[in-house]
Unconditional design. Sequence first.
Length: 334
Amino acid sequence: MNLVLVSLCLLTLQSAKGSKQQTQNYWVLKPNVIVVDVNLAQAISKVDVPLRCGDAYGDEDVVWSNNGEQVGQGNQIVVTVEEMLGGNYSCHSHAGSFLNHTLVLVQGTERRILEKSHDTDYIQCSSRNYSGAFQCSWKWSRSRNGDVVLVRATRSSATSNITCSLDKGGLSITCQDRTHCPYAEETERINLTLYVKNRYRVEEYSQRFYITEIVKPDKIKITKVDKSTFEWGYPETWSSPNSYFPLTFQVKVIPRKKNCECESGCQRNKRVELHTTESCRWTVREGFVFCVRAQDALCNSTWSDWSQYKKRRSMGKKIHSKQNKARKPSTARE
């Protein structure tokens, strides 16, 4: 039984998984959800959309309503969508029993639901390793909170099998590419598409990437060996063996009143040391802030967040404190 069926004499819809028709202004996003594309630059924007209650109700006296008001009768009706005015149309039996519904969403050209970061895009994706798992997040705009309607992630290969789940709060997803091989070179990018809505307004956002472009190691755990020497290892979540997935490390030693995120101001300070190394051991002076972060040694991907160790002089015995600070994520290599 078709839950949503657009009149065949006007349009033959493709799959109910979000495929668009090029000759019409409306298309099926998923079962029971139709998207109407509007052009607000036109003086009058109106689109007629046929709705069908369902094949099983062809012989019943069907009544349609929207927002509590009756809008038509019969198994199939045509509704006119003006500008950004969509609606949730439900069909009922003559006795009032609910039968089915169709959510009509409207998509314009402007994007207003998600907030774009100044140095990234609307969607930020990262992966802790090469297992095929990745996470993507977004932010609602200050004036609008939305709901996720559909998430679709795929590669162009016919064998692509990527599953995603919406995390609690609706601001991120966790995905797993079940056909990804960490030891093979990627030949196809992941195509991620996110549909979000605010009331009856829907917007589409997309991101394309290789895992190698978004991989970002977890923060490093620093261990104090002696008075001035520190060691660290690979994050437990990083792919193994280390010989096949090597990391390079950036070490920063800065004055104790600074923090690891200090960039331009620290670069002008002669007391600041910044080094890149493959070693997991470093010796530093007293009265410092010691910072370490990691990056995949074989590609120009995102650095991990800084791990930080502060050591400062005091009267009598020295006081040690270990802190972890976050930094703004870097963008992945194009």
